[in-house]
Write a protein that binds this ligand. Structure first.
Ligand SMILES: [Zn+2]
Ligand SMILES: [Zn+2]
Length: 253
């Protein structure tokens, strides 16, 4: 399984960091985690994948910087250049159905599927299997409902957790089970900063320890979060490997 960071930043535009978006790939099976603005262009630019190749999308929550590219993704598949017959599944938090129907109210048939089936699924607490990926989810504490996803490749058994936004919950730690290869964690607060609904590097590193992660990837970095400081703070709380995400970073797991 391969993880590619398509956007390691936040809602604040930065020269080096795009809004949140990630690609998980095992051979030709492809999932996207979050769809911040620009994600589908970064998908083409950084990984050569076009929207017709994506089997599933997992949306952690409905903040604009994590989900707004759903409309361009669906719109792009109306273009004759993009071939798609396989179903597209989109899973997300409660409210996803309403979000999609609002997009339909606004954009009509331009965001409706043509020649393929679109499955919009609000998370119901169940573990599901899609295209050889086993997907579980658990809530975090955020200002809107947010779910963290655990994605496991059924064949290789490699696994990762993507936190989306928020403070950890016991359910999230339990979801890690005996451990995960990669914890991809939001780290939008700088070292020493404590605020509700987000994590700083030390908190993300504590979570990695509790999830028995082999590797911690720190992402969703705001301007002013300097990688060296972020790394140093996290390293005091986690013994495994720590990677500071950059756009285009690719990790095999
Ligand atoms: Zn966010
Ligand atoms: Zn958020």
């Amino acid at each position: 399984m391969i993880l590619t960071v398509l956007g390691s930043g936040t809602s604040v535009p930065q020269r080096e960091r795009s809004a949140p978006g990630y690609l998980v790939r095992s051979e030709n099976r492809i999932l996207l985690l979050d769809l911040g603005p620009g994600t589908i262009w970064n998908l083409a630019r950084l990984s050569g994948v076009n929207p017709g190749m994506v089997q599933g999308v997992l949306l952690s929550h409905l903040h604009i910087d994590h989900c707004i590219d759903l409309a361009p993704l669906l719109f792009s598949m109306r273009a004759p250049e993009i071939e798609r017959e396989a179903p597209l599944r989109v899973m997300g938090p409660p409210g996803l159905n309403r979000y999609y129907s609002s997009l339909r109210d606004l954009y009509g048939h331009w965001v409706e599927p043509a020649g393929y089936e679109l499955q919009i699924c609000e998370w119901d607490g169940e573990t599901v299997e899609w295209e050889g990926f086993r997907i579980s989810a658990a809530p975090t504490v955020h200002s809107v409902p947010n779910i963290s996803f655990r994605v496991q490749d059924v064949d290789s058994r490699s696994s990762c957790i993507y936190t989306g936004d928020g403070e950890p919950t016991e359910d999230l730690i339990r979801m890690a089970g005996p451990g995960v290869n990669v914890l991809l964690a939001e780290c939008s607060l700088g070292p020493g900063k404590i605020e509700e609904n987000h994590m700083n590097p030390a908190q993300a590193a504590d979570l990695a320890t509790e999830c028995r992660a082999e590797k911690l990837v720190l992402s969703h970095l705001n301007p002013g979060c300097y990688p060296d400081d972020v790394y140093r703070d996290a390293a005091e709380h986690f013994d495994g490997e720590i990677v500071i995400a950059t756009d285009g970073l690719t990790i095999s797991l």
